[in-house]
Design a protein around this ligand. Structure first.
Ligand code: AMP
Length: 191
């Protein structure tokens, strides 16, 4: 089983590269952001709760997010593995992911950290906001999300480094070059 954590700041290209990794390795894509946006669209109670946090650029509380991830994992029937996109975002979430996978006799194979300079992140997010109308891709919320990333999510780099699972990739330039670097890491980790 291949369990890949694709990591990076908002706008680092996690979703874009996840799609390509799914195509190449046949793993299941779990994007917690997509899961939450689908709940908002459906108008569920969970969606309503999530909407407030997302619009403020804040993280959904860990206990709620961990529950959601557990449900999503339970819903996967047969799979070659998973690419986790947008989860974990805090150390308690990373600990919970290890536990959820251990309960299923699995573990995180690698954590791939897409490194992108902040100026490029902001430009990409503003551009995405214009193209898709995504509610949290406006300048004010982008700033908050980047702040949240630095304080709550960035410490995960050290956490995965300590476990020898952290691999950094240059996350800007040609999309194909980024994918090549990611695949080299996955292929080595799989051996
Ligand atoms: P994303 O699409 O991954 O950029 O996520 C969009 C928003 O959904 C984030 O800014 C958070 O408000 C929320 N979100 C997504 N994943 C998580 C997570 N693992 N923990 C907490 N909040 C999350």
């Amino acid at each position: 089983m291949l369990n890949i954590v694709i990591f990076g700041a908002p706008g680092s290209g996690k979703g874009t590269q996840s799609e390509r990794i799914v195509e190449k390795y046949g793993v299941t894509h779990i994007s917690t952001g997509d899961v939450l946006r689908a709940e908002i669209k459906k108008g569920t109670e969970l969606g309503q709760t999530a909407q407030g946090y997302i619009e403020q650029g804040q993280l959904i509380p860990d206990s709620l997010m961990i529950n959601i991830l557990g449900c999503v994992l339970d819903s996967i029937k047969e799979s070659k593995g998973v690419i986790f996109d947008g989860f974990p975002r805090t150390i308690p979430q990373a600990e919970a992911l290890d536990k959820l996978l251990a309960e299923r006799g699995q573990k995180v194979t690698v954590m791939i950290d897409l490194e992108v300079p902040e100026q490029i992140l902001i430009a990409r997010l503003i551009n995405r906001g214009k193209q898709t109308g995504r509610a949290d891709d406006n300048e004010e919320t982008i700033k908050k999300r980047l702040q949240v990333y630095h304080t709550q999510t960035y410490p995960l780099i050290e956490w995965y480094k300590e476990k020898n699972k952290h691999y950094a990739v240059k996350g800007y330039g040609e999309l194909d070059d980024i994918l090549t670097d990611i695949c080299a890491i996955i292929d080595t980790a799989q051996k």
